[in-house]
Design a protein around this ligand. Structure first.
Ligand code: GRF
Length: 233
């Protein structure tokens, strides 16, 4: 891993699927005059649409298959890919595998994930995709929404960096709820990633972010008010 002070940070994104959050990260990075990160690598465990998004932006793609392989072999290959690309920070965006422990250890405090529910509820192994939203609907809760959290050795258990409450509406299905939450994900994740990168570059811890409003309702809403929790005005 390269030194914290180099600018911009070199980012890898891990994805296994459609990659719409990956795209939101790429778009945010491209829209900033002074992006604190440059995406240099997509790591994926399978053929997926995220690879096309990477190629369209000139981002290198590294496929590291996981099925049927020894975990140590996967870990070695993943660490090598990250080191070869001098990666400083890692954003998981729909990566359906457990990140190898050596990656979590070596990039400690620099690996983020986005989960489509308000952790610690509705997280853990098996809680992905529609399963999350089905569990939310079955529980009867009226509030859900994405969580951006640091990655630890266990699924969905690292400390929380940002959340955004999204209402569960009457008549919601897992699909309608997923779409509403995904829209909030696309707006929350890039801001949380930017927040982490600016903190890393400044050599300070990234404080948890407060949501700018109580509920995300799919209306255009400036996020400039997204502030670190307990920050001075
Ligand atoms: C998102 O819902 C994210 O919260 C979860 O996986 C999904 C990925 O979607 N971790 P996409 O591939 O970014 O469209």
């Amino acid at each position: 891993m390269s030194a914290a002070a180099s600018r911009p940070l070199r980012a890898a994104v891990f994805a296994s699927g459609g990659g719409s959050n990956f795209q939101a990260l790429l778009d945010h990075e491209a829209g900033l005059d002074d992006s604190p990160w440059t995406t240099v690598l997509l790591v994926t465990d399978r053929a997926c649409s995220a690879q096309e998004r990477a190629r369209a932006r000139g981002v290198a793609v590294r496929v590291v298959p996981v099925s049927g392989r020894a975990p140590a072999e996967v870990a070695d290959e993943t660490v090598s890919a990250l080191r070869d690309a001098s990666v400083d920070v890692i954003f998981l965006a729909g990566y359906l595998r457990l990140v190898p422990a050596p990656v979590v250890e070596s990039w400690s405090g620099r690996v983020l994930n986005i989960h489509p529910a308000l952790l610690p509820s509705f997280g853990g192994k098996g809680m992905w995709g529609r399963h999350v939203h089905e569990a939310v609907l079955q529980s009867g809760t009226r509030i859900t929404g994405p969580t951006v959290h640091f990655v630890s050795a266990a699924y969905d258990e690292g400390s929380i960096l940002a959340q955004w409450p999204v209402p569960v509406l009457d008549g919601d299905t897992a699909a309608t709820l997923a779409a509403r939450v995904l829209e909030a994900e696309h707006r929350l994740y890039p801001r949380a990633a930017e927040h982490l990168c600016r903190a890393v570059l400044a050599g300070r811890p990234a404080l948890p972010l407060d949501p700018p409003s109580p509920h995300f309702m799919s209306a255009p809403e400036p996020l400039s008010s997204l502030q670190p929790h307990n920050s001075s005005p």
